[in-house]
Structures are given as structure tokens and as C-alpha cells.
Write a protein that binds this ligand. Structure first.
Ligand SMILES: Cc1cc2nc3c(=O)[nH]c(=O)nc-3n(C[C@H](O)[C@H](O)[C@H](O)COP(=O)(O)OP(=O)(O)OC[C@H]3O[C@@H](n4cnc5c(N)ncnc54)[C@H](O)[C@@H]3O)c2cc1C
Length: 426
């Protein structure tokens, strides 16, 4: 995911501090960083955005395979009722499409179609699991999703497994009920040109220095200094918007971050949600368009022909996604094709014309799909978001509170961090 084509305009050279108390560095040009930069510039601050990749947008990235575009990262504008991207898209004249909803689709167990009774049993198990999660006192006694499954209820255990893997990219025993319950509500929209394209379009006017990974960040009473291969940038404050795995291991803070932030980073980690995009021939394997399929052994969900494209996007999460990514792109594409061939027949093989793996797990600038809070530690998100010494301000999907893990949450968190930086005394 690192060798992407540039989307941002010409990158300015890195600049040194202005010394006038008004220069802010923004680390990372994903949704949170772009939102923070926009707000700071609007308030008249001098802003230097330092981005590690060759492009802006971060984990919102529209890629292509065999001439078909697909969102390698974020694809759905979740909770459209309160998502800032609905208004941003409208402002840019980008039309949105209401998603047809979740939970449909034809299911398979290996090569065998699942009986109709499976759907009813699955839906009943979902309700049982939901009721138990909603009844849990998450303030006082949060537990993992695996812990709330009724002992011996195999269907409920399976529902919890696939829900945690597909929604959070993690295994149920590592997923906090409080965290997952804070995430999901409302309807979703999609973007024909791609969510990643929309995010990049919205930020294309911002002064982003690309290919400038921050390796070290010094902070103290005199200001901040960000070390990059293109030089050291000095400023008064920094808004840091990199993913949790990069915060924990990819940037050397000097002095080290306060204990509260280090503890928060031990309780948040990047999950593993991965996609394999398969470009297919025009006859569309004889399926209607659109179509959703899922296969219960592998954990794959197949979204077929989004926006009537000759394309199938396979999504997989949790440990199966980690295993898939570890095997490399060619093996991942072959595995997704094998599962699809099991469902639809051997002729699938001749019709998959190209494939691409979206690997956010080993990507050094993502280190996971999106943040997961350990059971009992939802408060780590707020702790991570607290400013440090009126110099460092943290934002991103991990710090967003309800609606975190999403592009919309990251944007709101970026704006809030910018406001905090503007309001701080330093
Ligand atoms: C497979 C997948 C599917 C998803 N689906 C959805 C979805 O449908 N809807 C939704 O809302 N969300 C979805 N998400 C989550 C969404 O993509 C993220 O929550 C959101 O994009 C995060 O924005 P951010 O600004 O917090 O982080 P990022 O987008 O990761 O931005 C951080 C930026 O920092 C840069 N960076 C990293 N390290 C450094 C460094 N050392 N120096 C400088 N720059 C650095 C990165 O390159 C990146 O550009 C999905 C994510 C994945 C991976």
C-alpha cells in the first residue's frame, strides 16, 4: 500500500519554525490530518503537513485492479446521519448512493449452499447476542465479545466470530463490547468515484509535504521539532494523526510520551481487515448485479459488481486476514479465487483476469486496519486524545469516541484537535 501514485499537488520543501507562535506541524495527511490542517489554516496559522506516503488520504484510498476502481480501505460513509463526509461530498458536488444494507447475501459452506433455515438461525443468534451485549453493564464490567456468548451456543459463537472479524478486524476475545457497541448505528452511503478519491479531492489544495515520514518528534517548553528524511521542521505545536501502531512503534518521542499515553497505546492496537479485489470478465459469472456472497469456513464476504463494475471485492478480517496477508499477494488472490470457485464452479478461474491484495497489516504507515480497544479499556481512546504539555495534540480514528474507527470519526477528531491547539496557551 506504500507505492501509490501521487494524488496531492507539488510538495513544498519542509520549512523551519516561524518563531511567531503560530506555526503548527500536522503529522499525517489522512482524514484527521487533512481536517486539522484545514481548520488551522482557516484560523490563520502557518501549517506544515508531513506525510509519509506519496499520496494523501491514508487509509481512505481508491485503488484499481484490471482497470476497475475499488476502495482498498474505507468504502462506506457510515452513520450518514451524523457523518461530516455527507456535507463535504455535497459541497464538492460529489453524489452519494445509499447502501442497500447489510445481512443479505447467499451463504455457502465450502461448495454447498446454506439452507434457508441457516439464515433464520443466524438471525435469531444475532438477536440473542445483541440482547446480551446491550444488557451488559459496560461502564462497570466491560467484557470481550467472546465472553458474552452463551456457553454451548455454537451458532451464537459463530455469529460473534464473524461479526468481530468483519466489523472490527479482530478475534472476539480481543474485542471490547463497550467499544463495538459505541460504533454502529444509522445508514451507510457509498461514493461512485471512491471514498478515497473523495477524501483526496477534499484535501488536494492543502500544503502537504509528501514522502516525509516523521521518525522523531522532540517536544518541550520551546516548541516541537519533527525529524524527517527531508529535514527537521521546527514549530510551536504538532497535531499528530498517525495510526496507533505507528504512534507506539514508528515515531521516537523525545522525551517519551507521558505514562497515561503509553498505557493507552498498550490498550489499543491495529486490527486486521483486508480486501482482495478480483477483476472478472464481462459475463459476471452468471450472477445478478449487485450480489453479496459469503462462505462460512474461510470467513470471506464477497461484494460482487459494486457500481456495476466487473469486479468482486472479497473482505476478510481477524486472524484469517493476518494469515492471508502473510502469504503474500499472489497466494491471497489465488486463495480468494479458490473459495469463489468452490462456490460458483471451476469456470471462475478463467474469468478472474487480475487480482490485488490491500495489505494494511504490514503497511508501515498503517500497521493495521483500524484501532481496537482491549476489553475493559474503552477509556484508552479518550486518554490517547489528551493534549501533552500544550505542545502535542493527538487525533485520528482511534481518538474519535463514538463513531471512532471511521473516516467521519477521524475528521471530527482532527477538527477537535485543531481547536484544542488553537485554544492552548503555548
Ligand atoms: C480495509 C479497511 C476498510 C475500512 N472500511 C471503512 C469504511 O467502510 N468506512 C469508514 O468510515 N472507515 C473504514 N475504514 C477505516 C478508515 O479507513 C480509517 O478509520 C480512517 O481512514 C483513518 O483516518 P486517520 O486520519 O485517522 O488515519 P490514516 O488515514 O491512517 O491517516 C494517517 C496518515 O499518517 C501517515 N503516516 C503514518 N506514519 C507517518 C509518519 N511517521 N510520518 C508522517 N506520516 C505518517 C499515513 O501515511 C496516513 O496518511 C477502513 C479501514 C480499512 C483498512
Amino acid at each position: 500500500m506504500t507505492g501509490d501514485a501521487p494524488v496531492s499537488p507539488a510538495a513544498p520543501a519542509v520549512r523551519t519554525g516561524t518563531g511567531d507562535g503560530r506555526h503548527v506541524i500536522v503529522v499525517g495527511a489522512g482524514a484527521a490530518g487533512l481536517a486539522a490542517a484545514e481548520r488551522l489554516i482557516a484560523a490563520g496559522r502557518t501549517v506544515t503537513v508531513l506525510e509519509a506516503r506519496k499520496r494523501i488520504g491514508g487509509r481512505a484510498f481508491t485503488d484499481s485492479v484490471g482497470g476497475q476502481i475499488f476502495d482498498a480501505g474505507a468504502a462506506y460513509i457510515h452513520f450518514r446521519e451524523r457523518n461530516p463526509w455527507v456535507g463535504i461530498a455535497e459541497g464538492l458536488g460529489v453524489p452519494l448512493t445509499r447502501h442497500r444494507g447489510w445481512g443479505g447475501g447467499r451463504g455457502f459452506d465450502g461448495t454447498s449452499p446454506l439452507a434457508d433455515a441457516f439464515r433464520d438461525e443466524r438471525n435469531a443468534a444475532r438477536h440473542r447476542l445483541w440482547d446480551r451485549m446491550e444488557a451488559l453493564d459496560v461502564e462497570g464490567a466491560d467484557r470481550s465479545v467472546a465472553d458474552v456468548v452463551a456457553p454451548g451456543d455454537e451458532m451464537e459463537r459463530w455469529v460473534a466470530l464473524r461479526y468481530a472479524q468483519q466489523a472490527i478486524g479482530e478475534e472476539p476475545h480481543n474485542v471490547s463490547v463497550a467499544d463495538i457497541m459505541a460504533q454502529w448505528e444509522g445508514a451507510d452511503d457509498t461514493v461512485r468515484e471512491g471514498y478515497g478519491t473523495l477524501v483526496a479531492r477534499s484535501g488536494q489544495w492543502l500544503p502537504v509535504t509528501l514522502e516525509a515520514p516523521v521518525h522523531a518528534l522532540r517536544w518541550g517548553s520551546g516548541g516541537v521539532e519533527a525529524e524527517t528524511p527531508k529535514g527537521t521542521v521546527k514549530a510551536d505545536k504538532a497535531v499528530v494523526t498517525v495510526p496507533v501502531g505507528v504512534l507506539a512503534q514508528g515515531i521516537r518521542f523525545d522525551p517519551v510520551l507521558p505514562a497515561e499515553h503509553r498505557a493507552a497505546l498498550e490498550r489499543l492496537h491495529g486490527g486486521a481487515l483486508t480486501k482482495v479485489a478480483l477483476a472478472v470478465g464481462r459475463d459476471r459469472l452468471g450472477l445478478p448485479s449487485p450480489a453479496d456472497l459469503f462462505e462460512i469456513r474461510s470467513g470471506f464476504v464477497f461484494e460482487c459488481f459494486p457500481y456495476d463494475r466487473d469486479l468482486i471485492v472479497a473482505t476478510i478480517g481477524g486472524d484469517p486476514a493476518r494469515e492471508l496477508v502473510a502469504r503474500g499477494e499472489a497466494a491471497a488472490v489465488a486463495h480468494a479465487t479458490d473459495v469463489l470457485a468452490g462456490i460458483l464452479g471451476e469456470r471462475v478461474r478463467g474469468q478472474v483476469v487480475a487480482g490485488k491484495l490491500a495489505d494494511w497489516v504490514s503497511d508501515p504507515w498503517a500497521r493495521g486496519s483500524y484501532s481496537v480497544a482491549a476489553p475493559g479499556h474503552l477509556s484508552a481512546r479518550a486518554a490517547l486524545g489528551r493534549p501533552v504539555g500544550e505542545r502535542l495534540f493527538f487525533a485520528g480514528e482511534a481518538t474519535a469516541g463514538p463513531g471512532s474507527m471511521t473516516v467521519g470519526g477521524a475528521t471530527l477528531a482532527g477538527r477537535a484537535a485543531a481547536e484544542a491547539a488553537l485554544g492552548s496557551a503555548a
